[in-house]
Design a protein around this ligand. Structure first.
Ligand code: ZN
Length: 575
């Protein structure tokens, strides 16, 4: 008699190790941060405090055209929150399934959002496959866990407006979709209530009440939800952007096309008008508008609005000055020489920092103070982003090839390895920028030593000459006990667990843990300090496709994986 037994074949691979093929997506330079169009976008961003959060269940559920229009067209601070990483689907481009597919889809989504120009967040829920019913989904994921997660994100990101892709009923189809809708509708109601999830307050978060909640309307849903007194906002995401040479819908489709494992976005977007319809389903504004011209009707999203919030007459002049610096930068913007706005940006950053200092000192209630500092810290980052872009500043942090004529390097570092990392900075603009310092940040226990500086700039401050590279080399040693680069989320069983355990809860919501190694340069314009940060990368050339740059990651010297993972073999001698 033939006896068969199923035994798992030993696998030596470190599950979850991010290897050479799944490092951060390299989409080339479309998403390059220094083009004249990026400078314009950064200036648009500076003039508003408007913030939008779009919620979905899976990668590809999003309305990318709307997100791109908001971020690239209106300067709105915009984020997408996906309940899952899409682990439960099929994979059209490789063998990865379940958690490995979740990593692939995360990378694809990171590529897409570079086109949308937005922030991306995930909950800890796992896409466990198709679910027909809401109650089944909520049983596997735990409703309280989902709600706590979304409320925490709302308190962390502080959106004025939430746009839910789903409305939380059977019209959404998939149980995951319904769950995303139900939780979004509830989170809108409770995020501002200090008695809900009070543990967030102990962690330094504040209650936050978004002002408006919309759902995106689909063609097939239209007749179900339309009523005479429901305002519907129509947005033309087919609007053309001359600096990009494309409409927002076209840019978004290019981003979506990176979601290749599920084969979406493979056709080009049509040119011309393309309407997105949004239906307002909840608002805290006292006057429920009959019709709206903008998502932000009834909200004050101006810089001067911050002064009204502070309600401190001694600060009014400085808030006005902040507004004037932004106005002047927008007025003087010239796509042929975007650096002409840099003096206005330096002045604006100086004012923002002065305001932050004063707001910490004056008499204000804690919530107002916390929110003003939050808004001004965003502005501080935005001024730096705009200035880095306007100067056309480039910073490369690259592993150096080891004594060969090739420019290729290893793709993954191993414990005990020694190598060089070069930081190369170029300021192409005819604007005097002083180099203040450069440093390489790495995990604890790594050895790093600055080896040489091959330019006139030695230790300390010097002026960067226009378009003359400043290069600094560091010698790096990875310790024998270095941690391997891994995803920060994990689960014991891909078959039974529907929610991830976070090995590093401090990275919660992020698509991936921050890079292990990154370079930081500080420079000074008109007496104001700016920083520029870049992760360290390796280089390889994949002929005929060209150069690939990947994040510097650490993996075991040898790793094996056995395929298939499970085999059925006879254990008796006779067949
Ligand atoms: Zn979906």
């Amino acid at each position: 008699m033939l006896r068969k037994i199923v035994i798992p074949i030993l696998a030596f691979a470190l599950l979850g190790t991010i290897g050479g093929t799944t490092t951060m997506a390299d989409t080339g330079e479309m998403a390059g941060t220094t083009s004249a169009s990026e400078v314009w976008r950064a200036l648009q961003r500076l003039q508003t405090t408007a913030t939008v959060l779009h919620t979905v269940a899976h990668p590809d559920d999003e309305n990318g055209a709307l997100l791109t229009w908001l971020s690239r067209g209106q300067g709105v601070r915009t984020a997408l929150y996906s309940t899952t990483r899409g682990e439960g689907g099929a994979n059209l481009i490789g063998p990865e399934l379940f958690d490995a597919l979740g990593i692939v889809r995360t990378e694809e989504h990171l590529a897409a959002i570079r086109y949308y120009g937005i922030d991306l967040f995930f909950s800890s829920a796992v896409d466990f496959g198709y679910s027909k019913r809401l109650d089944e989904t909520l049983e596997k994921w735990d409703y309280q866990m989902l709600l706590e997660d979304m409320v925490r994100l709302i308190r962390y990101y502080r959106p004025d407006v939430i746009i839910s892709r789903f409305e939380g009923n059977r019209r959404d189809g998939h149980g995951h979709h319904q769950a995303s809708g139900v939780v979004t509708l509830e989170a809108f109601k409770v995020a501002g209530d200090a008695t809900r999830f009070p543990e967030h307050l102990a962690e330094g978060l504040q209650p936050w009440q978004p002002k408006k909640l919309y759902i995106t309307r689909s063609r097939w849903r239209r007749s179900d939800t339309e009523t005479a007194d429901t305002p519907v906002l129509k947005i033309d995401t087919g609007e053309y952007n001359a600096l990009l040479g494309l409409s927002y819908a076209q840019v978004a489709r290019q981003g979506l096309s990176y979601q290749r494992s599920q084969g979406v976005g493979q056709t080009r977007a049509s040119k011309g008008s393309s309407l997105t319809e949004l239906q307002l389903i909840n608002t805290t504004l006292s006057e429920h508008p009959k019709s709206e011209d903008s998502l932000f009707d009834g909200l004050d999203t101006t810089i001067v609005g911050m002064a009204r919030l502070a309600n401190a007459p001694t600060l009014n002049a400085e808030f006005t000055q902040l507004q004037e610096s932004v106005n002047a930068a927008i007025r003087d913007y010239d796509a042929r020489q975007p650096w002409t706005v840099v003096p206005h940006l330096a002045s604006g950053l100086k004012t923002a920092r002065s305001l932050m200092k004063k707001i910490q000192e004056i008499d204000l209630d804690d919530r107002t103070r916390s929110h003003l500092l939050f808004l001004l810290r965003n502005k501080e980052r935005e001024f730096m982003t705009a200035t880095n872009a306007a100067l056309g500043l480039s910073l490369e942090v690259l592993v150096q090839p080891a004594g060969t004529r090739s420019s290729e390097t290893f793709t993954v570092a191993i414990p005990g390895q020694k190598f060089s990392i070069g930081m190369r900075m170029v300021n192409p603009a005819p604007i005097a920028a002083e180099f203040v310092n450069a440093s390489l940040h790495m995990p604890e226990g790594w050895n790093v030593r600055q080896a040489k500086t091959d330019s006139d700039i030695e230790e300390g401050i010097g002026t960067m000459q226009t378009n003359e590279p400043v290069s600094i080399t560091f010698e790096v040693e990875v310790p024998q006990n270095a941690a391997y680069t891994q995803s920060y989320w994990t689960r014991e069983s891909e078959y039974h667990d529907a929610v991830y355990t976070l090995k590093h809860p401090e990275h919660r919501f992020l698509p991936a843990a921050p890079p292990d190694v990154h370079g930081v340069v500080t420079y000074r314009v008109d007496g104001v300090d700016f920083t520029l940060t870049q992760p360290a990368k390796t280089r390889s050339i994949n002929r005929p496709w060209g150069e690939k740059r990947r994040l510097l990651t650490v993996a075991p010297a040898i790793s094996l994986s056995v395929s298939p993972h499970i085999g059925v073999i006879p254990i008796s001698g006779s067949a």
